[in-house]
Design a protein around this ligand. Structure first.
Ligand SMILES: Nc1nc2c(ncn2[C@@H]2O[C@H](COP(=O)(O)OP(=O)(O)OP(=O)(O)O)[C@@H](O)[C@H]2O)c(=O)[nH]1
Ligand SMILES: [Mg+2]
Length: 318
């Protein structure tokens, strides 16, 4: 497939096309994912999550600014309701991510947050695989830390940084929402604002009271718009990843993530085949009629639907 060749060569247009195909979930996207598979796995995936407006995008740009001079190719996937394609915020992200916009070795993509059947997490991870295959060594996956599916996206990374800011009581909110539970590192951004020390103290205290393992969670203070503290953050991420590789946590986590990912993909395929493939609803109508006419039990009819849904050629022409 020519498109796949171009993706592997790092062609931005081709990567964009491929991600769109994968988002659509149709046969083309599946074929692309199968073809790039041998080239996937090298990139380290960093989840950057946190409440709205804490500076996640600015931080991604600043992290990229640290990684690029070191020669690392960076991909950024932004899963953010406010920066979905149609939203005006995409332009805002481009401006905030000044480095990203100018550097041909940095790829940035916003993912639409449409919510079909674990679809967000599936599509985001497929997009990450595509960027991985295209040669990105570090992937930054930005997602707002509100809502189950967004948290699921962040959790699938090799390292999760939860970003908070001293504004608006983020700390307490994050503790309540369970966001802190997925944090490998905590970043207090906007450290130039009043209350950063207090927030650090509060988080530290909460960790001390909680699980013992939490006491080791690094807390870093940054000022993303000035890149202050960002080299230290990158250092802490690298250190975390290296420690995980050394003691087996890295592999264990990837295995665990892959298990839930396979379930998501399988669920998605069945769902897609039952509800979205051409002719799917007519097939259900026909079977329902048969049940109503007492020619077949509802369970037999449903089993037939599932069998058909699992047919690999289903939807090949849709
Ligand atoms: N004072 C201060 N402002 C910052 C800092 N980092 C980012 N900002 C500003 O905070 C605002 C929000 O930044 P974004 O990077 O868009 O935040 P975000 O978390 O990506 O926002 P959403 O994606 O909408 O949730 C912008 O105006 C940034 O310039 C910082 O360290 N200090
Ligand atoms: Mg953002």
């Amino acid at each position: 497939m020519e498109l796949v060749e171009r993706v592997l060569a790092g062609d931005q247009w081709a990567i964009s096309k491929a991600i769109s195909a994968v988002e659509n979930g149709g046969p083309e996207g599946r074929a692309i994912m199968k073809a790039v598979f041998p080239h996937v796995g090298g990139a380290v995936r960093i989840g950057i999550t946190g409440p709205p407006g804490v500076g996640k995008s600015t931080l991604c740009d600043a992290i990229t600014g640290v990684l690029r001079p070191a020669g690392r190719r960076v991909g950024i996937i932004s899963v953010d309701p406010s920066s979905a394609f149609t939203g005006g915020a995409l332009l805002g992200d481009r401006i905030r991510m000044g480095r990203v916009a100018e550097d041909p070795e940095v790829f940035m993509r916003s993912m639409a947050t449409r919510g079909a059947f674990g679809g967000l997490s599936r599509a985001t991870q497929d997009a990450a695989d595509l960027l991985d295959a295209a040669g990105c060594q570090t992937l930054l996956i930005e997602t707002v830390g509100v809502g189950q599916s967004e948290i699921e996206v962040a959790r699938a990374a090799d390292c999760v940084g939860v970003v908070l800011s001293p504004e608006s009581g983020d700390g307490i909110q994050a503790m309540k929402s369970g966001l802190m539970e997925i944090a490998d590192l905590v970043v207090i951004n906007k450290a130039d604002r009043v209350g950063a020390d207090k927030l650090e103290y509060d988080i530290r205290s909460a960790f001390e009271l909680g699980l013992k393992s939490r006491r080791e969670t690094p807390i870093l203070l940054t000022e993303a718009h000035r890149s202050k503290g960002v080299p230290e953050l990158v250092g802490a991420i690298d250190q975390f990843v290296a420690a995980c590789r050394a003691d087996g946590r890295f592999e264990a986590r990837r295995r665990c993530n892959m298990e839930s990912r396979l379930r998501q993909i399988a669920e998605f395929m069945i769902h897609h085949s039952l509800f979205e493939v051409n002719g799917a609803s007519r097939r259900v109508e026909a079977l329902a009629q048969r049940v109503l006419e007492r020619r077949q039990s509802s369970y037999d009819a449903a089993e037939e639907l599932v069998r058909e849904a699992l047919d690999p050629n289903r939807g090949a022409n849709s």
